[in-house]
Each structure stands twice: as structure tokens, then as C-alpha cells.
Write a protein that binds this ligand. Structure first.
Ligand code: FEO
Length: 174
């Protein structure tokens, strides 16, 4: 059992995770339009990953005998100008998600809700990894260029990373 306040905030985070999924699906579509197949595939894998985050929280609420309250998911932003802008937007977005997760931990600690605190630790670590990955991609885009051969190389790397992400999520779901 968790408090109504905690459940309300986890429900809000479910909405943020669903929005994240939507956000990445939008970026995937934009990348497709630009013929960046690897990038599109990477963003689609992120979409699936964010859906799994929402479902983790959904399951947690149900296991804690709390109500799941699904709310309207906002539309993702307009098309970004280029691939660099897509990943800069991604980093900004993930930093906001990190801050929201930290707020949830603060609430769990203030309520001495040990179960929710432990549950949220997985998300705290996940956000470190997500921000680091996006920072790495941005660094490579700046180093090798976001046009021509540099872009082709990074798009191919993202295709490989997307395949790995899909394999990892299949393993963790098994
Ligand atoms: Fe589920 Fe990337 O936040």
C-alpha cells in the first residue's frame, strides 16, 4: 500500500513516460523523412523502451493496490531542423525526466516509503545511462559532423545500437 499522494505522482510519471514514448516516435518519423534509417530505428527502440518504463510504473501501482489513472498525452514538439537539433532536444527532454524522477524519490523519502524509494532506484540509474548515451551521440555528431560521411557513419552506429537495444529488451522481458 502506498499513499494517495505518492500514487498521484507516480500516475503523473506514467503520463511523462507515455509522452516520452510519443516524443521518440515523433523523432523517428522525422528521421525517416530525412532518410536516416538507423536514427529512425534508434528512436523507435527508445519509443519501445519508454513504453516499458510506463508499464513498470503501471504494474507497481497495481501491485501496491493503488489506482492507475491514465490521462491525456500531449503532442510531441514540431519537427526539429536537423539531426543535431533532434539529439539536443532529446538531451533536454531526458534531463527533465531525470529531475521528475528525483522529485519522486524526494517524495518517497519524505514519506518514509521504502518500497517506492527502492522501486525508483532503477529509474535513477536508468536516467544516468540514458543521458550519458545521448551525450555520447551528440559528442560524435559534433566531432564527425552531422552531414555527409560523418552522418552516414553515425546513422549506421545508431542502427547497430537500435538492434542491441531491441535484443536487450527482449532478454529482460524473457
Ligand atoms: Fe523513461 Fe527516458 O525516461
Amino acid at each position: 500500500m502506498i499513499s494517495d499522494k505518492m500514487a498521484k505522482h507516480i500516475n503523473a510519471q506514467i503520463n511523462r513516460e507515455l509522452y516520452s514514448a510519443y516524443f521518440y516516435l515523433g523523432l523517428s518519423a522525422q528521421a525517416e523523412v530525412g532518410n536516416l534509417k538507423g536514427t529512425a530505428s534508434w528512436f523507435r527502440s527508445k519509443h519501445a523502451e519508454e513504453m516499458s518504463h510506463a508499464l513498470k510504473m503501471y504494474r507497481y501501482l497495481l501491485d501496491q493496490e493503488a489506482r492507475v489513472r491514465l490521462t491525456e498525452v500531449a503532442a510531441p514538439p514540431e519537427d526539429a531542423d536537423n539531426i543535431l537539433a533532434m539529439f539536443e532536444r532529446t538531451l533536454r527532454h531526458e534531463r527533465e525526466v531525470t529531475a521528475a524522477i528525483h522529485d519522486l524519490v524526494d517524495l518517497a523519502l519524505s514519506e518514509k516509503d521504502h518500497a517506492t524509494n527502492i522501486f525508483l532506484q532503477w529509474f535513477v540509474i536508468e536516467q544516468i545511462e540514458e543521458e550519458a548515451t545521448v551525450n555520447d551521440i551528440l559528442g560524435r555528431l559534433r566531432l564527425f559532423g552531422d552531414t555527409g560521411e560523418g552522418l552516414l557513419m553515425i546513422d549506421n552506429e545508431l542502427a547497430t545500437a537500435a538492434t542491441k537495444m531491441a535484443a536487450d529488451s527482449a532478454t529482460s522481458a524473457a
